[in-house]
Write a protein that binds this ligand. Sequence first.
Ligand code: SAM
Length: 236
Amino acid sequence: MSKVCFDLITIFPEYFSPLKLSLIGKAQENNLVSIAIHDLRDQAQGVHKSVDDTPYGGGAGMVMSPVPWGEALDRVIASDSAAIHDLIILTPAGQKLTQSLVEELVVCEHLIFACGRYEGIDHRVTEFYQTLPNIRVREISIGDYVLGGGEVATLVIMEAVIRLIPGVLGNPQSLVEESHSLPEDAVEYPNYTKPASWRGIEVPEVLLSGNHARIKSWRNEQARERTLKLDPRTRG
Ligand code: SAM
């Protein structure tokens, strides 16, 4: 798999300082991913470098202008030689993020994240880039709630995608039998480590038995019970 390139466009570049840490920081050091952060205001006109305006049709709040977005997106698209560019527009009105969508994103060559603020981005940005043959526009929501901006949603998606890139996790076995990758979208069984007794609570005896068949069957049963307890309405 070739390196996945991420371009993030935001009015708050500082929001992305956690990308230097942990797995994502290491993935960059090891040249498994490249991440570039762009300040949308660099494309804004006028002394105030304004990126928003009042909504047509009236209503509360401000809408992000398509003008700086068009400039910023054209630049990042032109800067990368990918055959297809995946433009992710973060919005609570988008397709809900799931593990299977994450698995679709991990095979993309060039992921561009457009982080909205205020009441969101003028919809013509979605409409325009959808017409281009080498762009796949994806409007994505990370859940049924409203955040102040798309930056945190971008971090969530990036963390979920980057840990699936081969070579990023020290032990690739960690990806086997994970929640939401199991058949029927099941979640994982509960995990325990040493000490065997903590605050009067004992680790389930079966896990100390060394009997792998019993352990496997206990874990399957636990995973099934936990999955059944989840409310289907909260599961995307
Ligand atoms: N007026 C919009 C609406 O009602 O759908 C909400 C705008 S929200 C205050 C500002 C920005 O935060 C959005 O443009 C989007 O980029 C981001 N955002 C908010 N909630 C989100 C979610 N659940 N998933 C992804 N992005 C979200």
